[in-house]
Design a protein around this ligand. Sequence first.
Ligand code: AMP
Length: 434
Amino acid sequence: MNNVKKSIEPLRGFRELTPEEYKKKKFIIESISELFEKYGYGEVETPTVEPLSLIELKVGEEIRHRMFRFKDLGDRDVVLRPEGTISVARLVVNKMKNEPLPIRVSYVANMFRYDEPQKGRYREFTHIGFEHFGSRSVVSDIEVINIAIEALKKIGIESFKIKLGNEAILRKILSEANIEQKEQDLLLGMLDRGENEEFFEKLSRKGEEKILNVFRELMKTKENSVGESEQTLRKILAGFPAALEEYERVRIIENFLEWKANGKYYFDFGFARGLEYYTGIIFELYVPELSVAVGGGGRYDSLCKLLGRDLPAVGFALGVDRLMLSSQVKTAKQKSKKVGVIILEEDAETIKYTFQVVEQLKEVENLNLEIDTMGGSLGSKIERALKKNEEAIVIIGKKEQTEKRVSVKRLKDGVQKSFSYEELKEKILEFIEQ
Ligand code: AMP
């Protein structure tokens, strides 16, 4: 018995949502999706199952070990997608060759990672993503960050923090020490996982004292206030012109954030992200209710080249399942009225007539109709309607069917009125609201 019960539970880290729970998820997806069109991001769809070789191109050590991977029946190595950017980049490279640049695309898609389940960490979760291809301009960085902030606001989140860093600065410093890109990926992966000791150990083995010191200083930057950090950063990066040049971009972004998210952002120049494809600005979004990020993104100028077209890009994804855990998200109050439909005699003609009435009432805005299919006495049907918080019930029996009339009972005061089939649509709302 126990075994049977166990086998009908969902797998660890996978969730089922009841209508009440799903309502919140849907509200988040629908509200944020409204920004797709507003900012010109065309929605796309990519496969749930992808070749391992594609995802492995750049997904990074951390996620590489946490993928649902298997052989399909054709003996191919495949994975359930752990993220969407690589697939979307492939779609843009392969199928959107003739589109004018920049190409803006968006998606809502479920992702799979074999993460250790805990609050806000599941093995299947939904991303809403925005990706902007073809522009190297800092304007595109800012556009994407602006949309990320707008998305949070759209669902009622006003209290949030954005953490920013810049992988170009880190990579340019590492390049000074002739560290190849592959090794840079490994080193930045260590920073992402908080393995700072291992990071410094590896650097010191290379005998790069100058670089080592720069990184030590960069690690401290998050403790600085914004005004202070500019002077400090310029000092730290003084010997690295390429990194300093990148810092000029950061200043432009910071200038925008001073206006858009005053007091809600901070820079941490020792911060790196787990995905290997980032090449410039990176950021993560946090809400006070959760210790893990609700979204993240950044610039990834070299990913598309690996797929066959040299296109710079910047984008981000929000984790819908984590946003659901924020108490700041308030689903819009349902304006619609719930109305029950009760059939008194379930004969062929009365049933057909009831569906004709329902079809007519479907045209009344803000009216949700639920037909009672549970049988029993009128009293038990009314009791069910009250439990479901219905405001009124439409009652149809043999008499109503033959006379082409409909009775409506208001549940707050029990007043009942009869309407002709023709006038019902016009008058029902007014009667319910009286
Ligand atoms: P990433 O692709 O790692 O940048 O993740 C982007 C966003 O996806 C994160 O900020 C989270 O909101 C969400 N996310 C990542 N992993 C999980 C997970 N295991 N469960 C739920 N949400 C996740």
